[in-house]
Write a protein that binds this ligand. Structure first.
Ligand SMILES: [Zn+2]
Length: 285
């Protein structure tokens, strides 16, 4: 069953860009700058592949009442399972093992898990996910996940950054671990924040030092996909969906850029629905 996405606007002071999605057969991905706030969008039909719209050549935005804009509906077909980042409730103190209680500490505004034994406050902060987008012979290297979440779905080689390594080092390590590819990082390509699940993705463009790759334990398969064959219906995460769309769009416009954006899950949507999001605050170099 297809699901719709309502794309919500951004706060003032930022440039918000809305995807006008199209691809193949006259489709092409582009961005439309909008500045009204708040923004709301309604959408219509679309079926497969990348973000799709009902009539690719018709105007993307039209002004509605109260300064709102309307665009087309994009639909989701794929699940993104159990991506809860590091926002799990903390029951026990990591320092002494004591039970925690949730209270607002003096001088603060947020509820925190506080140890009932030693008083340590457990601060939860976003985690950084780092990975590589590797193009080889005009194809992109993807890994089929052999672990949950999103087992059996395709992703770029990426994973959590470890203490003691840089983002680039982490991306190289994850690529080696998941795809058996020894890569050289070329440039940063995208930073995508996902506030709801407490994650920030940093994806680098990279190239293989040797044209060799093989699936690691966390992957059941690694494969090079031509741009037109990327399995957009079988991608593991919203962040990968966005990254690949941005990359293909850049290629089609002839200039690779650096992208920053915030992926906001649509309120009320299933966390497993990788297309139920808006890309807000999209800035590009
Ligand atoms: Zn404690």
């Amino acid at each position: 069953m297809l699901k719709s996405v309502q794309i919500l606007g951004s706060t003032s002071g930022f440039l918000s860009l809305l995807w006008k999605k199209t691809y193949n057969s006259g489709f092409g991905l582009s961005f439309v700058a909008i500045s009204a706030n708040p923004l709301s969008y309604s959408t219509s039909s679309g079926t497969r592949g990348r973000l799709t719209t009902d009539t690719p050549v018709s105007p993307v935005l039209s002004a509605g009442k109260n300064g709102c804009f309307r665009s087309r509906r994009v639909y989701a077909t794929r699940s993104e399972a159990n991506q809860d980042g590091n926002v799990r409730r903390i029951k026990f103190c990591q320092l002494c093992g004591g039970s925690t209680k949730y209270e607002i500490p003096d001088g603060e505004e947020k509820m925190r898990a506080i140890c009932t034994i030693c008083g340590k406050i457990a601060y939860q902060n976003p985690k950084m996910v780092v990975g590589c987008l590797i193009e080889h012979d005009k194809k992109i290297l993807l890994c089929k996940r052999n672990i949950e979440p999103s087992h059996g779905l395709w992703t770029l080689p990426a994973g959590y950054l470890e203490i003691g390594e840089s983002a680039a080092e982490g991306a190289i390590r994850e690529t080696w671990e998941e795809a058996g590819a020894d890569v050289e990082v070329l440039s940063p390509f995208a930073q995508l924040d996902i506030p709801l699940i407490g994650q920030t993705y940093i994806i680098f463009l990279a190239k293989m030092k040797k044209p060799q790759f093989s699936p690691g334990p966390e992957s059941s398969e690694c494969r090079l996909f031509a741009l037109d064959d990327i399995p957009f219906d079988s991608l593991a995460f919203s962040s990968i969906f966005v990254t690949l769309n941005l990359y293909i769009d850049d290629l089609r416009t002839g200039k690779l850029k650096f992208h920053y954006g915030t992926i906001n899950k649509r309120p009320g949507s299933s966390p497993s629905d990788i297309r139920a999001f808006s890309l807000d605050y999209h800035l590009e170099s």
